[in-house]
Design a protein around this ligand. Structure first.
Ligand code: SF4
Length: 323
């Protein structure tokens, strides 16, 4: 029996290479090792999205990227969070065993309050409970987490202990699978952001990718082609590490001795990146032509997820004394 793993992504639209290197590659790799339940968590998006008119298309775009990157609906359950309404019921019940003080101390809540002080809604403070409901609805035993998500998972584990002690032991305590997500900076060396456009989306063309890379900042102290460079401060070099591991040492040496110029270095990166991303782009274009197939995958995914969810909710209601 494989252990069950749950992971979700908020629908922010098209995925970029930071998402690809940070989470998506991991999702694909875990498909053979775990019983994977993957969700596009659209309800979570509502805590910060005031204009929801694009939510449907953002969700669709993300599903296309996820499938194109290699999530196989025959191996994994892929679905949209709101298509399994049991999650909101479980969210309500878990709210009853979660002290408000636990939620107010979560670091991401404090950050969100700073980011959207005009919209500190009830869902925002309850966000970690909904995350717990996502995980526990499928009785997931493992959750892939980055360092910054450990407090959320610990909160889920505290909720499990409290629920199981007060009622019956319904839920497993999920373990974190600590994943060293690489911090991928944008082309300007800052945090990747859709607003600044400093990112490379998976779905753009090879030519657009090359153009973006050619505009990336490098070692700022290297003014002339004959100047030696410092790869340690260069984001292009970091990207070589992810997409061109075989040549990364050689590039570092040639950069330091000025045997390679930044233009050629970027061209090489663009070639390697395009080589790796091309199969994803081809699959994505095929999926764009088959909206009925994508719809069917999501319907079947939701049906499989709901089968697990219904069973869990029956256990939960029984444990809580509801008839
Ligand atoms: Fe960066 Fe490459 Fe230029 Fe060195 S040669 S500074 S690694 S882009």
């Amino acid at each position: 029996m494989k252990k069950r793993i749950f992971s979700g992504m908020r629908p922010t639209g098209r995925l970029h290479i930071g998402n690809y290197l940070g989470a998506l590659q991991n999702w694909v790799r875990m498909q053979d090792e775990y019983d994977c339940v993957y969700s596009v968590v659209d309800i979570h998006a509502l805590t910060s999205l005031e204009d929801t008119s694009a939510l449907g298309s953002l969700t669709h775009e993300m599903v296309l990227d996820i499938m194109a990157a290699g999530i196989d609906p025959q191996k994994s359950i892929l679905f949209v969070q709101s298509h399994v309404p049991e999650v909101t019921e479980l969210n309500t019940y878990l709210s009853m065993v979660t002290p408000l003080s636990w939620l107010l101390r979560v670091p991401t809540f404090k950050e969100k309050v700073k980011l959207q002080p005009h919209n500190v809604n009830y869902g925002l403070v309850g966000y970690p409970v909904l995350m717990a409901a996502d995980i526990l609805l499928y009785k997931a035993e493992v959750v892939p987490v980055g360092q910054d998500q450990i407090p959320h998972l610990e909160l889920t584990r505290e909720i499990v202990r409290r629920f199981n002690t007060r009622f019956n032991p319904v839920f497993p305590e999920p373990e974190g699978r600590l994943t060293s997500f690489p911090v991928v900076l944008g082309l300007d060396g800052e945090k990747m952001s859709k607003q600044t456009g400093n990112l490379i989306e998976l779905a753009i063309t090879a030519e657009q990718t090359a153009k973006k890379i050619m505009g990336a900042i490098t070692d700022p102290s290297r003014k002339y082609r004959s100047d030696p460079g410092n790869p340690d401060v260069c984001n292009v070099y970091r990207l070589h590490g992810y997409f061109n591991a075989a040549e990364v040492e050689e590039i570092a040496g040639k950069c330091r001795s000025a045997a390679i110029g930044c233009v050629d270095c970027k061209k090489r990166l663009a070639e390697r990146m395009n080589h790796e991303l091309e199969p994803i782009r081809v699959r994505r274009r095929e999926l764009e032509q088959k909206p009925e197939l994508v719809k069917l995958v999501l319907e079947e995914g939701a049906e499989k997820a709901r089968a697990i969810a219904r069973k869990t909710m029956s256990d939960v209601r029984l444990a809580m004394g509801m008839v």
